[in-house]
Design a protein around this ligand. Sequence first.
Ligand SMILES: Cc1cc2nc3c(=O)[nH]c(=O)nc-3n(C[C@H](O)[C@H](O)[C@H](O)COP(=O)(O)O)c2cc1C
Length: 214
Amino acid sequence: MEENERMKTAIVYASKFKGNTRILVDAIAAGNDIDLYNARSVEHVDLRGYDVIGFASGIYYGSPDRSVMKILERDLPRGKKVFFVCTSGSGRSSYVKPLMQEAKKKGAGVAGVYSCRGSVSMPGKTGGKRHPSFKEIRSAVNFYNEMMDRLESERSEEGGRAGMVANLPPSGGSGNSPQDPEDKVVKTAAEVAAGISIATPLLILQHTLRRMRK
Ligand SMILES: Cc1cc2nc3c(=O)[nH]c(=O)nc-3n(C[C@H](O)[C@H](O)[C@H](O)COP(=O)(O)O)c2cc1C
């Protein structure tokens, strides 16, 4: 993907009771280019072309709708960024735990969870108050936009680091001064190659031992 290309998002949702979850999903999708998939009307979703995938559901007897879990189990490719949205009578976010556990098994990075209450009694009412309320809907939209800003800036930092690696001189740099910017680049190159920041302490140790031997 080009560095300045927007990340592509899909949301797989189920909202079978009163459409409470759908209200949040629609509000999030209204100002953003997002593909929506109703898990209850599809067998499979091809999620390979998406960078970020949301799973959204109402909560029924303590669990998200089975249709959403099925798509996650069958179709979530390894290593994607995922987020979760749920509405329930209580508003608890822990209801998404089974979805989250399954996504983690597939190496997904969990980018965020948004949950709020969803009306259970009169259409659009719980104890006289409508849920999701306007405030809850606005918070869901803010949640998504802030999450995407964070993911986009993480991606451009990663892109910047990869660019530094690509521009390394053939020798890979040999500076010994701690201030030498090449030391930093070598460290970053190894971090990117390893794909995990745990490489950093090892490199510092190696670097220190090399200097002690001189
Ligand atoms: C059959 C059924 C079971 C429910 N079970 C729970 C539950 O276990 N915990 C909870 O907090 N809310 C529960 N609720 C409330 C719904 O999660 C809530 O109304 C939600 O917003 C429904 O989302 P939807 O309109 O998008 O389907 C239940 C509702 C129904 C109809």
